[in-house]
Ligand binder design. Structure first.
Ligand SMILES: Cc1ncc(COP(=O)(O)O)c(C=O)c1O
Length: 422
């Protein structure tokens, strides 16, 4: 059992709220670094090198990315915008893995011009590279495993339903084609899970990957310079969840790595990469919202000033996210905690026991630091909330302002009599 803790006391949070209106996401730098160090320590045995390429999509705020980059992370990008964020931050070359997924030509071109490692999702992409006359410096393919009912992950689902990756039988010919095109440096990639808390899952996946890397390497006489085990390390969102034992995962993977790569002669021992997002920033972020209306219907509702446009995981995946307040000690009641979107699934919690809550009380939604603000949207004309970075006691800053209606209107074409923009 883990106790879900919010790092600030009531007085400290109220001071932050005075400065920035609710709702907002607040990220704690020390938690980001703690998570990052736990992951790096677990794989510090890997002498050729271990690196997490942070999944930019999880928390695409340059201020957060900069903390991670300075802490040794590479960056995993999978869209033009994410590449442009890198450009603006001055990050390029092998510090970036570009993970393609139904990729337009211009993104291949941009990624290659930036010198990124190209992670190819499908055999058909090779033809596009040929048409575009692109020979990437370093390439990996995303491996799609065969059906495995025991490995179905709640978000990623069954491999047979996956739009991502290359099946094992096609991998050899893909690598061969790239080799024939003149590519000299290769890696191997997979991404099979999201918010997965089974240690066995990652250990099993790494064995599968090591075996496959050797097969490709020996069949084609190429070195697999790195093996990217993907992201998806889970976090303990529910108070009953045990924290995933990252040290155990690292130690077990070490044993398998040793078995596969130290027994035979391998020209270059592969580096290990991962591309976790949630494990690093998820527990570092909280959505701060205020109770607006307490409504009695068939059930009792707390209507808060955030809605699923600020954080959609509970509504989208029925994902449990802990909610706390400073009302501990009050009689506990059962509430649905809901937003203001015209959608009945706009709920942060259903049938949740919480201390009696009144208008104006602050509620803290936990573990929103990854795939949180980033998944926000503007349905109903809702405006995305601001993001605050808490560097240390008495030192916090707004790292993204709240959207305004004018932001939303900027894309509308001005036409006299239809839209008189102000
Ligand atoms: C290709 C890829 N890599 C990494 C990630 C990061 O996953 P997580 O934040 O669960 O670690 C994702 C998540 O969507 C992904 O699609």
């Amino acid at each position: 059992m883990n106790k879900k803790i919010f790092p600030l006391d009531k007085f400290e949070l109220e001071n932050v709220v005075k400065e920035y209106e609710t709702p907002f996401h607040i990220y704690f730098k020390d938690i980001i670094l703690e998570q990052s160090n736990k992951l790096n320590d677990a794989f510090s045995w890997c002498s050729p090198g271990f690196r997490n390429y942070f999944a930019v999509k999880a928390t695409p705020n340059p201020h957060i990315l900069n903390i991670l980059y300075e802490n040794g992370h590479g960056m995993d990008c999978s869209s033009m915008t994410e590449l442009k964020i890198m450009n603006n931050m001055g990050i390029s070359g092998l510090d970036i893995i570009y993970t393609s997924n139904n990729t337009p030509d211009e993104e291949f071109i941009e990624a290659i011009n930036m010198g990124a490692i190209l992670n190819i999702d499908d055999a058909s992409h090779i033809d596009r590279l040929k048409v575009l006359d692109i020979i990437p410096e370093v390439v990996c393919f995303r491996f799609l495993p065969e059906d495995d009912k025991n490995n179905e992950n709640i978000v990623i689902g069954s491999p047979t339903e996956s739009k991502f990756g290359v099946r094992e039988n096609d991998l050899i010919s893909c690598y061969k084609e790239l080799k024939d095109m003149g590519v000299k440096r290769f890696g191997l990639h997979t991404m099979q899970a999201s918010n997965e808390r089974s240690e066995k899952f990652f250990i099993k996946t790494s064995e599968e990957m090591f075996k496959l890397a050797k097969k490709i390497s020996f069949t084609l006489d190429i070195n697999i310079e790195f093996i990217n085990l993907g992201g998806g390390l889970g976090i303990n969102q529910h108070p009953d969840d045990e924290e995933i034992n990252i040290k155990y995962i690292g130690d077990e993977i070490k044993k398998i790595y040793t078995k596969y790569f130290f027994v035979d002669h391998v020209d270059i021992l592969p580096k290990l990469y991962m591309e976790n997002g949630r494990y690093i920033t998820g527990p570092a972020g909280y959505l701060i919202t205020k109770a607006r209306h307490i409504c009695e219907k068939h059930k009792t509702y707390i209507g808060v000033d955030a809605c699923m446009t600020d954080f959609m995981r509970p509504a989208l995946y029925k994902d449990y996210h802990h909610i706390s307040s400073f009302n501990d000690g009050q009689k506990s009641l059962t509430y649905d905690v809901v937003g203001s979107l015209c959608e009945n699934n706009d709920k942060f919690a259903i049938g949740r026991k919480l201390p009696t809550t009144e208008r104006g009380d602050l509620l803290i939604i936990h573990d929103t630091g990854a795939h949180g603000h980033a998944m926000g949207f503007n349905y109903n004309g809702k405006l995305k909330s601001s993001e605050i970075l808490y560097n240390k006691k008495n030192d916090h800053e707004e790292i993204r302002r709240r959207e305004t209606t004018s932001d939303l209107f900027t894309t509308i074409k001005i036409k006299k009599g239809v839209w008189n923009a102000k």
